[in-house]
Design a protein around this ligand. Structure first.
Ligand code: DAH
Length: 330
């Protein structure tokens, strides 16, 4: 016992050496405990107590020595305890997340709420309820991934499927924004990928008109690309909207004068939109004599490309830290 109480250590390493000497698996006190079995029965109580006391005293002493050594080392000259810590390197948000959040944020300020649907969908929500007839050639517009054993189950090829999901479970007024991943059976290249991301918007209520759509999209474009941004709507075709349009914004690089980004046109196409076809409303249980609606859909990669000039789509999914680090402050 006296030996234990007299222990001393100049630093943390010495204190650790003492722990190993006395208390580790092969330590002296541990050896005493191992020998306990051979102590005669009448002495067991007395000896047991002593060994336990010794062990507790040794633990206490060595811990105290370690603590004292730490304090001493910390206070040693050359160590500044008031120095601010080294900055912890933070991760970055993925550029697609940054752009998605920005889109969602703009529309939530206009009263849109978030809605989501499954990526593995059925044919009804992706195509039939969206007014694609069984033999409609428009189904060829998208190259679909089918689940081999269940041809009715597919990977959604657009987020318009979430429109159907929301309408079948909610009555108007509906005002939702639906971001998500979509899949198309395309060869992977700098300009195409087998998965990408879209944001869908849907507004259904009484007396919703094309003017409302145009106004909301203008506001979105100006919030996203700057207050001087202009928009242009060109007539187009989608099975689920009538009339349908594609929207261009004035070039984000040259402002409309014509440059290499807009290939001299001054305009960049960014989304599809239109008035929800009455057949689509009816297919999801909404009375088309009472309600009208507008919808729009855009690719997040496309918008991110325009904002950040990313030349190769594959960079978005390769997770190269050198690429991701460029978005550190965004
Ligand atoms: N679903 C279309 C696509 O994937 C995008 C789209 C166009 C969505 C027009 C809409 C819309 O809601 O009204 O290309």
């Amino acid at each position: 016992m006296a030996e234990v109480q007299a222990l001393s250590a100049k630093n943390a390493e010495e204190a650790e050496a003492l722990r190993i000497k006395y208390l580790s698996k092969k330590g002296e006190i541990t050896a005493l405990m191992n020998d306990f079995r051979s102590v005669p029965a009448e002495l067991k109580k007395e000896v047991g107590m002593r060994i336990n006391e010794l062990k507790a005293a040794a633990q206490e002493k060595i811990n105290a020595l370690k603590e004292a050594a730490c304090v001493q080392e910390a206070a040693a000259p050359g160590i500044d305890l008031t120095r601010t810590p080294y900055p912890i390197p933070l991760g970055t948000r993925h550029p697609l997340t940054i752009v998605k959040n920005e889109i969602v944020d703009i529309f939530s300020r206009l009263g849109f709420t978030l809605a989501e649907g499954p990526e593995v969908e059925d044919d009804w929500h992706v195509y039939s309820s969206m007014n694609f007839a069984d033999d409609h050639p428009a189904r060829d517009m998208q190259d679909t991934f089918f689940v081999e054993t269940h041809p009715d189950i597919i990977l959604r090829s657009h987020t318009s499927s979430v429109q159907a999901r929301v309408m079948e479970s909610t009555q108007p007024p509906i005002r939702v924004i639906c971001p998500g991943r979509v899949y198309r059976n395309e060869a992977i290249s700098a300009r195409a990928h087998c998965f990408f991301h879209q944001v869908e918007g849907l507004y259904v209520d009484r007396n919703v008109s094309f003017t409302d759509l145009k106004q909301v999209l203008l506001l979105f474009a100006q919030e996203m690309f700057g207050p001087d941004t202009k928009i242009r709507l060109r007539p187009s075709y989608f099975p689920f909207t009538e009339p349908s349009a594609e929207m261009d914004v004035s070039c984000t690089l040259c402002g409309g004068k014509g440059c290499s980004l807009c290939k001299g046109a001054g305009w960049l196409e960014i989304l599809g939109c239109g008035m929800v076809d009455p057949a689509v409303l009816e297919a999801s249980g909404i009375d088309s004599t009472q309600y009208t609606g507008y919808a729009f859909g855009m690719g997040i990669e496309r918008i991110a490309n325009l904002k950040y000039q990313v030349k190769d789509l594959r960079m978005f999914s390769e997770n190269d830290v050198r690429f991701l680090d460029e978005f550190v402050s965004a």
